[in-house]
Structures are given as structure tokens and as C-alpha cells.
Design a protein around this ligand. Sequence first.
Ligand code: NAP
Length: 279
Amino acid sequence: MELAGRTVILTGASGGIGQPLCAALVAAGARVLAVGRDEAKLRRVAQDMPAGSTSWVVADVATEDGRAHLLRAAQAASPLPSVLVLAHAQAAFGLFEEQDPVDMDRLVQTNLVAPMLLAHALLPLLRTHASAAVVVVGSTFGSLAFPGFAAYSASKFGLRGLTEALAREYADTGLRFQYLSPRATRTPFNTPAVDALNAELKVSSDVPAEVARQLVAAIVQGRSRMQIGWPEKLFARINGLVPGLVDRNLRNSLPIVRRHARRPRSSTEENIHHEPRLR
Ligand SMILES: NC(=O)c1ccc[n+]([C@@H]2O[C@H](COP(=O)([O-])OP(=O)(O)OC[C@H]3O[C@@H](n4cnc5c(N)ncnc54)[C@H](OP(=O)(O)O)[C@@H]3O)[C@@H](O)[C@H]2O)c1
């Protein structure tokens, strides 16, 4: 797909991957409608781009109001958007039983429900074009579920299923659905605990500009799916074919995952824990 002259809606445009992705889309000739919740961040992103190439819309895509606002902005854009890139997400790393149910609910709303409802709302507009694309930025954890990332893995597995089903449902139309997965990438998405886990497990991480370059290349090539990185590509496939092998491998890493994922105890909790021993 040629990006020159198209309007691309980019969610997560103010993020660590979103910013270089915005620049790479603009470099490929697209006009970008940048989406995020923080206007100051979006303004800075637009200011870094060539004049007139990037406008923004402030919207929390996890809310009905936010999605309606984005839809109105998309309808007012010229030319009408023909590409939707879903690159926003909420992160969560921690032991499952220590997760806040409200946070888990919000994560699934943001990472899975919002992309599904946004794609649904924008479909009539995208289909006014002979060729259009919905690009979902996934994750290795959407093919290989990881301990310490249960809710996040669930949301990305859901996104992969959604994208695959839609790609098949629209296979005989000009609308493409693409599921493109970065591996660990050096952005603020990863907390210091995740960085420490990755370092101890010797997980490679990419620079965001390189990820953005590969994402735009995959969009232009119209690839249905892409996993960035080796051995992540291989592990994702092995997990699909013989998940028991990955179970055994990750079981060996569990003590390390638990050590990094455990919620730090507050001083009150420490006191409660120690009290019986003091008596
Ligand atoms: N970094 C990694 O290691 C990594 C690895 C694999 C996959 N990925 C995926 O790559 C994508 C981008 O990640 P990143 O590293 O760029 O993350 P990031 O730096 O944390 O940026 C997240 C972006 O999402 C936006 N966002 C979050 N919740 C939102 C909401 N409810 N409504 C609107 N915007 C929202 C944020 O904007 P505001 O906060 O301003 O709203 C921000 O622009 C995500 O889909 C992530 O799952 C990342």
C-alpha cells in the first residue's frame, strides 16, 4: 500500500513507539491524525513534524465519548482517513493475585475493547476507499503468553484473534487487517522492574525508531502478520505448535519472574509481617 497522500489515524502517537512511527508515516508521505489523551504531548509531536503533516485529536479511546470525538475528527479530515493504526496500550506487570481488578478491567477496555469498537466505528469511513488498512500493533505476548503479564497477554491474544478474524472476513475486499508485533522495545511502557527482568532473562530489546521503520515497511508491503525479532519469531511459532515445550522453559524462569513481578511491600505490610516474630 502506497502511503503518500493518505490520511492515517495513529493512536498512541505520543508514545515511545508512536512518536517515531508518526515520523516514519509522515516520511512515507502520509498525513497523520495523532491520537492521545495528553494535548501537550500531542502538540510537541506535531511540532516535530513538517508543517501541515500532523494534526491531533485529544481522546481517551477507552471511553465512548473519546471514541465519538475521534470519529468526528476523522470525518472532518481531508482526505478522509484510509489507514487506522492502533498503537496505544496500557501496560501491566505483576503477579496476577496482586493485580487491582479495576486496573485489569481498564487494561482490557483500553487494549482490546477500544481497538475493536474503534475499528467498527471507523469501518464505513475506511470502506469509502478502494484500498484501506487497519493496522494493529500487537506484541510477542499476543502469541506467547508470559507469566507476570496475564492481563496484558490476554488483551494481546484477543487483539490477534480479532485481527485474524477480520482479515478473513474482509479477505475479498480492499480492506486489509494487519497484526504487527514488536518485541521488547526501549520505551517508558516498560517499568524499571520489566527492564530488570528483561536484563536478567537476557531478552533483547529494540530501539523505537527501528521498530517504527519495520512497522511502516510491513504496512507498505501489506503483510497480514509480522513478529519482530529473532528468537521471538521462533518462540511464537513453537508456542503455537508445542506449547508444552514453552511451558517447561518458562517454568524454569518462574523464580526470576516472581522476584521481579512481586509488588514491593509497604512499610506497614513489613510491620504486619514481622509482628508475630517480634513477640
Ligand atoms: N514498548 C514495548 O516493549 C512494547 C513491546 C511490544 C509491543 N508494544 C506495543 O507497542 C504499542 C506502543 O507501545 P509504546 O512502547 O509506545 O507505549 P508507551 O510509550 O507507553 O505509549 C503508550 C501510548 O498509548 C497512549 N494511550 C494509552 N492509553 C490510552 C487511552 N486510553 N486513550 C488514548 N491513548 C492512550 C498514550 O498516550 P497518552 O498517555 O498521552 O494518552 C501513549 O501515546 C503498544 O500497543 C504496546 O502494547 C510495546
